[in-house]
Design a protein around this ligand. Structure first.
Ligand SMILES: Nc1ncnc2c1ncn2[C@@H]1O[C@H](COP(=O)(O)OP(=O)(O)O)[C@@H](O)[C@H]1O
Ligand SMILES: [Mg+2]
Length: 344
């Protein structure tokens, strides 16, 4: 079998990346793609690095691949992650991961929140800002502290150490900055949930299984409130400790697992996702977002760190994703003993 890999790289130059350095934050390093290729080759597959540029139709036709391992983040707008899967559906090509609708719904955090509300999954209170005049409404409708973020981003783009605001003046400063930096999308303002942060890996389908819960801890000042801003993610080695399993009451652990699987299913995720939660000081979990295209960097991908912390090698993770996708298409799964059992 010939597997094509679709992806975008950090060093691809687009008009947006020239205007805003943050733009490349969500893209992959070629090293990640090379490591995935070597895992696939080791398991008997031919691999083709397709990328996800404008020549993708030609490349798909020429390379005659049988299956796509999709990592493409896309370039512009809230549908950017959906473009490659939509093209693959157009040419009837099987691929790993979620479909275009789910990728669009999860990238747009406002749409996701509407689904969480409908499914009664707790998520922080919020308000939407589309223009500067909306500030008064937000100021009057949510309690401080709040956090400001662009509505259609990921990888902490637009979320800085200064994104938590304590008063109207700070709120106004952030709104002005985000309207300028991310002018084509609304700003999501949320109630800031003071407390702990836990990210959850979910893998497979029918039913999806929780891979593990991992706490993101302030390494320099343990126990002191902090959040996963762009600055913190960039300096994760100095600033973050990852704890698996987190030291939480069993009832909370069960609740988080249930909410993570619910969110995965409600949004129609497939094969893999990472689900982010904040836990309030009263041990109440709040769902922040679902990431159906989680970073797979062998060095710093949160999901990869999570897998490794429970003895699952990188290879095991890639094969588990592939096997979930293969089983959806009735393709024979790779027979490989996983290094450890994936915990249910
Ligand atoms: N409502 C909130 N309360 C507290 N912290 C938050 C809240 N929203 C976001 N954060 C912090 O910002 C980080 C990034 O936010 P998130 O919504 O997950 O966006 P991204 O898609 O960029 O990961 C979170 O991991 C968390 O640390
Ligand atoms: Mg997140």
């Amino acid at each position: 079998m010939r597997i094509g890999i679709t992806y975008n790289l950090k060093d691809e130059v687009t008009p947006l990346s020239v205007l805003n350095r943050e733009h490349n934050e969500e893209y992959d390093n070629i090293n990640t793609i090379d490591v995935i290729c070597s895992v696939l080759k080791k398991n008997g597959f031919e691999t083709v690095k397709l990328g996800a540029r404008l020549d993708i139709f030609d490349r798909l036709r020429k390379e005659e691949v049988d299956f796509i391992f999709n990592l493409a983040e896309g370039y512009y707008g809230r549908n950017r992650e959906s473009i490659i899967p939509a093209i693959l559906e157009m040419v009837n090509m099987p691929y790993s991961g979620s479909d275009p609708l789910t990728l669009g719904l999860t990238l747009d955090k406002i749409m996701s929140k509407k689904i969480f509300q409908f499914a009664k999954i707790p998520s922080p209170g919020y308000a939407i800002v589309r223009r500067l005049e909306d500030i008064d409404f937000v100021n009057n409708s949510l309690p401080y502290p709040m956090i400001t973020k662009p509505a259609w981003e990921g990888s902490s783009k637009g979320i800085y150490n200064s994104s938590r605001v304590n008063d109207k003046k700070e709120l106004e400063r952030n709104i002005k900055l985000l309207l300028k930096k991310y002018p084509k999308q609304p700003i999501l303002v949320e109630e800031y949930i003071k407390g702990r942060e836990i990210t959850v890996g979910v893998i497979g389908n029918d039913p999806p299984r929780v891979m593990g819960l991992m706490e993101i801890i302030n390494k320099k000042h343990p126990g002191k409130d902090f959040f996963y801003s762009l600055e913190v993610k960039r300096e994760w080695e100095e600033l973050v400790d990852y704890k698996l399993p987190p030291d939480i009451p069993q009832a909370l652990d069960i609740k988080i697992r249930r909410l993570a699987s619910m969110a995965f299913k409600e949004l129609g995720c497939r094969d893999i996702a990472r689900v982010d939660f904040r836990i309030s000081e009263y041990n109440e979990p709040y769902l922040l977002e679902v990431n159906p295209l989680p970073g797979l960097s062998p060095q710093y991908g949160d999901l990869v760190i999570m897998a490794q912390k429970q003895g699952m090698a990188y290879e095991g993770l890639v094969i588990a994703i592939l096997n979930s996708a293969f089983s959806r298409y009735g393709i024979k799964e790779i027979k490989k003993e996983m290094p450890t059992e994936v915990k249910l």
